[in-house]
Design a protein around this ligand. Structure first.
Ligand code: 5AD
Ligand code: SF4
Length: 467
C-alpha cells in the first residue's frame, strides 16, 4: 500500500510531539461507516488527535453519517443543532466535520443549513482530512471534499492499529446495481475492488495484531474481483471465494465472514467456499427486499423470487446448517396486498435466522421516489408489523434449535450484567455468559442453555479454545 506507513508513536529526535487534541466520532449506519470511522481515527492520529468520550470534551467532532433512509438523515441535522450549541458554549473553537453518505449527497446543503459546520468530507475523501484541517487553520481553500476516488483513498490510508479480536476489512466499495430505491450508487460511487495484495497485506497485519475474526466488507462484497497474485500458478481472475480460501490459510485467522451480498453475484465458487472452508462462518446475509416478482422488477433487483430461493437451496446443499439473514422493504411504490403476501410466502419458504425489515423511504434522486402509487404510511406500518412477526418466529425457532449444542463463541464485549461477557456464535447469534469477564477477545466453547428471538445464553464448557 502506497507510502511507508507513518508510525505516530515512534519517537523522532528533534521533533516536538503534537499537542493532544480530543477527537469524537459519532457513527451512523452500516459496517462500512464503522470501518471508515476507525480509519479516520488512524488518519488523524499523527496530528495528535486522540479519542474522547463526548462532544463536549472534543476539539474535533466528526459525524459519520448515513443517507439510506430519511430518518437517518434527519438525525444528522438535529445532532448538528446540538453540536452548534456545544461549539458556541465553548467559545467557537471546536471544529465540526460531517463525513459519510449525507456529506456526499447533501454537502452544500449542509454548509448552507448549518454554518457551524467547518468541513464536509465524502466517504472516498476522508484521507484528505489532515489537509482540510490545515486549510481551515490557514483560513484558505475549500471546506468541501466529495470526490470519488476509492483507489486513492485506500492507497493513502496509514497502517492500522487494532485491539479487538474481530476486525472489518474493506475489500470493495460502491455499487453498480442501481436498485431503484437506493442511494448507495450515488453516495458511494461505482463498484471498486481493492487489489489482492493490499487486502492480503492488511489481513496478515490484522492477524499479527491478534485478530481472530476477519469480516470482509463492501456494499456489494460478493461482486469483488481482482487479478490473481503472482504466486498463484493458475493466474487469471480471483473472485470472492478465492480470496476467502486464501485468507483462511493465514495463520491466526479462525473465523471469516463477509457482508453484504447481492443474489446476482452469489457465484458457484463462493457457494463452494461455504462447503470447503472450515473457518468460513456458516452465515450468509443475502438481502432479497421483496417476494413479489413484480415488485422485484420495479426495484431493479435483477432476479425473481424463485431464483433467490434456488440460490438459498444451493447454499444449503453446500452448508446445511447455514444461518440465512436478509433485508426487506415493505411499502415499495405500487406494492399491493397480494405482492406483500408473496413476501410472506418467500419468508416461509426461505426460513431466515435473522432479518431486517424497513418501511420504504423515498430518497431524493432515486427513480422510485418519483414513482406513482406511493403506499400510505398506515399500510406500511401494518405490513411491517406482520413481517416482523413472521421473522421473529423464525429467528426464535433458529435460536431454540441451538439450545443444548456446544458452540465456539468469539467474545467481544462486556454484557449488561456485572461479570457477564457477550460474544457471537458462528451463526452470528449474540451469546451471553455469566462470570465471563476474562473471556474478552477470546474464542471459547460454550454450551447453549437458553434462547430468545434475539440472543442466546450459555455456560462455559472448557477453558479457552484458543488463547
Ligand atoms: N427505504 C427503505 N429501506 C431501504 N434500504 C435501502 N434503501 C432503502 C429505502 N429507500 C434498506 C434495504 C437495504 C438496507 C441496507 O436498507 O433493505 O438492504
Ligand atoms: Fe443499494 Fe441495491 Fe446496491 Fe444494495 S445492491 S447497495 S440495495 S443499489
Amino acid at each position: 500500500m502506497g507510502d511507508t506507513p507513518q508510525r505516530p508513536n515512534t519517537p523522532k529526535p528533534n521533533v516536538t510531539k503534537p499537542n493532544v487534541r480530543g477527537l469524537y466520532i459519532k457513527t451512523y449506519g452500516c459496517q462500512a461507516n464503522v470501518y471508515d470511522s476507525e480509519r479516520m481515527r488512524d488518519v488523524l492520529k499523527p496530528l495528535g488527535y486522540a479519542p474522547v468520550d463526548s462532544a463536549e470534551a472534543a476539539d474535533l467532532v466528526v459525524l459519520n453519517t448515513c443517507h439510506i433512509r430519511e430518518k437517518a438523515t434527519e438525525k444528522v441535522f438535529s445532532e448538528l443543532g446540538r453540536l452548534k450549541d456545544i461549539k458556541q458554549a465553548g467559545g467557537g473553537v471546536m471544529r465540526i466535520a460531517v463525513a459519510g453518505c449525507v456529506a456526499q449527497a447533501e454537502g452544500e446543503e449542509i454548509i448552507r443549513r448549518q454554518p457551524a459546520v467547518d468541513m464536509v468530507v465524502g466517504p472516498q475523501s476522508y484521507h484528505r482530512l489532515p489537509e482540510m484541517i490545515a486549510r481551515l487553520a490557514r483560513k484558505t481553500g475549500d471546506a468541501l471534499e466529495i470526490d470519488f476516488a476509492a483507489e486513492e483513498k485506500f492507497d493513502a490510508l496509514p497502517a492500522r492499529e487494532v485491539s479487538g479480536a474481530s476486525a472489518f476489512l474493506a475489500v470493495q466499495e460502491g455499487c453498480d446495481k442501481f436498485c431503484t430505491f437506493c442511494v448507495v450508487p450515488y453516495t458511494r460511487g461505482a463498484e471498486y475492488s481493492r487489489g489482492v495484495d493490499a487486502i492480503i497485506a492488511e489481513a496478515r497485519d490484522l492477524a499479527r495484531q491478534g485478530v481472530k475474526e476477519i469480516v470482509l466488507i463492501g456494499q456489494n462484497v460478493n461482486a469483488w474481483h481482482g487479478a490473481a497474485p503472482a504466486h498463484d500458478p493458475k493466474g487469471g481472475e480471483w473472485r470472492l471465494g478465492d480470496l476467502i480460501r486464501h485468507v483462511a490459510k493465514l495463520g491466526g485467522v479462525e473465523r471469516i465472514r463477509y457482508m453484504t451480498s447481492h443474489p446476482r453475484d452469489m457465484s458457484d465458487d463462493l457457494i463452494a467456499a461455504h462447503r470447503d472452508v472450515e473457518t468460513l462462518a456458516p452465515f450468509l446475509h443475502l438481502p432479497v427486499q421483496a417476494g413479489s416478482d413484480r415488485v422485484l422488477k420495479a426495484m431493479n433487483r435483477q432476479h425473481t423470487a424463485e431464483q433467490y430461493l434456488s440460490i438459498v437451496e444451493r447454499v444449503r446443499q453446500a452448508r446445511p446448517d447455514i444461518a440465512l439473514a436478509s433485508d426487506f422493504i415493505v411499502g415499495f411504490p405500487g406494492e399491493s396486498d397480494a405482492d406483500f403476501e408473496d413476501t410472506l410466502a418467500l419468508v416461509k419458504a426461505a426460513q431466515f435466522a435473522q432479518a431486517y425489515a424497513f418501511k420504504y423511504s423515498p430518497r431524493p434522486g432515486t427513480p422510485a421516489s418519483g414513482m406513482h402509487l406511493q403506499v400510505a404510511e398506515a399500510v406500511k406500518d401494518e405490513r411491517l408489523s406482520r413481517l416482523l412477526a413472521a421473522i421473529t418466529e423464525q429467528s426464535q425457532a433458529f435460536n431454540e434449535a441451538t439450545v443444548g449444542r456446544r458452540l465456539p463463541v468469539l467474545f467481544s464485549r462486556e454484557g449488561k450484567r456485572e461479570g457477564q461477557a457477550l460474544g457471537y456464535s458462528p451463526y452470528m447469534q449474540p451469546v451471553h455468559v455469566d462470570d465471563g469477564a476474562h473471556l474478552n477477545n477470546r474464542i471459547a466453547e460454550v454450551e447453549i442453555v437458553g434462547a430468545t428471538g434475539t440472543s442466546l445464553s450459555g455456560r462455559l464448557v472448557a477453558a479457552e479454545v484458543t488463547a
